[in-house]
Design a protein around this ligand. Structure first.
Ligand code: 2PG
Ligand code: MG
Length: 425
């Protein structure tokens, strides 16, 4: 095993042109590797804190304080430690920070180090990052798991906080459930995406894209987005509901006014019961197999209601609801909220805590969807996390824009090189 000799961070930029943290860790044998952290726009209020400088530079979005925390405080504590011992490294980060939400050091500081330690360890052992993640999973849980390629949800039409259009629902995703392998997953999604572009053009709708690479036109209603996607699947000569299904991320916290779910694009507002009925009518009419953040993160009664009503026939995913935090998630499990969890490293701030949450999901029969953030970089760690832990699903945007495509390209390489790693679901 090799010891950490240097930890260094610099400020880089994400896909929205906003500063973020990059960290490089070097070992005493000269091996080094870097990692970068992503950033959300429609964040859950209980996420770990992303430390921003809030001064007059970079519109207040600089991360130089987080970087200084790495270079001057956290990094020096790790010198001489074995980089492979992820649990120990993450514990040092968590203990030094000393808060529940990483608000002293910043989750962007702790995650950059945590990820860079995993990258350099995999490189040092000359193994894939997914293999290393799988070993960390075994160290944490005492269990082994099978590698698999995750089924993606491609966000091909963007609304909500991720676009400047009038669509309220944040993400309209296609799930190529019937594809036989990852090459076919990419072929179908790319063809559907470009057919959607043609259909939008033919209607004189905008084909400009939102933050996650999906198109972001103004539409007559939220439902029209689904109709357009169905048409683009059919134009690809694929069968909606058989070859390709649909998933939504409502990100409902963003349009909940405290009493009602306000869909400006539809000129409608619904209370929790009515919104549940609205979503139930959508899953009855269209092949929608998954809905994320169907309710506001604090609307516990609404969550209970929708889980009871449609939780048997539809995947209901908690993102802002659970924020990848094991304790918050456990409370939700006890209350029987949702049936799946979205997993984002930076909502909690270390690899160890992320894996503990995934393990908690497994123990309670909740599905895991590994996820990007709307502000991303070329870092592809989430692809390896999905494969290494055998998570059945991933969402990482449209099949468009390098910040999204980098993750899918990584999965294509993994499939190509490892004949025994098969597509899940
Ligand atoms: C979400 C994510 C990623 P953000 O809500 O699921 O798609 O968006 O990173 O803006 O929170
Ligand atoms: Mg979400």
């Amino acid at each position: 095993m090799s010891k950490i000799s240097d930890v260094k961070a610099i400020q880089v930029f994400d896909s929205r042109g906003i500063p973020t943290v990059a960290c490089e860790i070097k070992l005493d044998n000269g091996v080094f590797a870097t990692a970068m952290v992503p950033s959300g726009a429609s964040t859950g209020s209980k996420e770990a804190l992303e430390l921003r400088d809030n001064d007059s530079n970079y519109h207040g979005k600089g991360v130089l304080n987080a970087i200084s925390n790495i270079n001057n405080k956290l990094g020096p504590l790790l010198k001489g430690k074995e980089s492979e011992n992820q649990i120990e490294i993450d514990k040092i980060l968590v203990d030094y920070d000393g808060t529940n939400d990483k608000s002293s050091m910043g989750a962007n500081a702790t995650l950059a180090i945590s990820l860079a330690a995993a990258h350099v360890s995999a490189k040092n052992k000359n193994i894939n990052l997914y293999e290393h993640f799988s070993r960390i999973y075994s160290d944490i849980t005492g269990k082994r798991n099978k590698y698999s390629l995750p089924m993606p949800m491609f966000n091909i039409l963007n609304g909500g906080e991720h676009a400047d259009n009038n669509v309220d629902i944040q993400e309209f995703m296609i799930v190529p459930s019937g594809a036989k392998d990852f090459v076919q997953v990419m072929k179908w999604s790319m063809e559907i995406y470009h057919n959607l572009k043609k259909i939008l053009s033919s209607k004189n709708y905008s084909t400009a894209v939102g933050d996650e690479g999906g198109f972001a036109p103004n539409l007559k209603s939220n439902e029209e987005a689904i109709e357009l996607i169905i048409a683009s699947i059919e134009a690809t000569k694929l069968k909606p509901g058989e070859d390709v299904n649909i998933a939504l991320d409502c990100a409902a916290t963003e349009f909940f006014d405290g009493n009602n779910y306000v869909l400006d694009g539809d000129n409608q507002k619904y209370n929790s019961e009515e919104f549940t009925e609205y979503l139930e009518s959508l899953i009855t009419k269209y092949p929608i197999i998954s809905i994320e953040d169907a309710m506001d993160e604090n609307d516990t009664d609404g969550w209970k209601m929708i889980t009871k009503k449609i939780g048997k026939k539809c995947q209901l995913v908690g993102d802002d609801l659970f924020v990848t935090n094991k304790n918050i998630f456990q409370e939700g499990i006890n209350e029987k909220l949702a049936n799946s969890i979205l997993i984002k490293f930076n909502q909690v701030g270390t690899i160890t805590e992320t894996i503990e949450t995934i393990n908690c999901a497994r123990e309670n029969n909740y599905k895991c969807i590994i996820s990007h953030r709307s502000g991303e970089t070329e870092d592809t760690s989430i692809s390896d996390l999905a494969v290494g832990l055998g998570a059945s699903q991933i969402k990482t945007g449209a099949p468009c824009r390098s910040d999204r495509i980098a993750k899918y390209n990584r999965l294509l390489w993994i499939e190509d090189k490892s004949n025994d790693i098969l597509l899940d679901e």
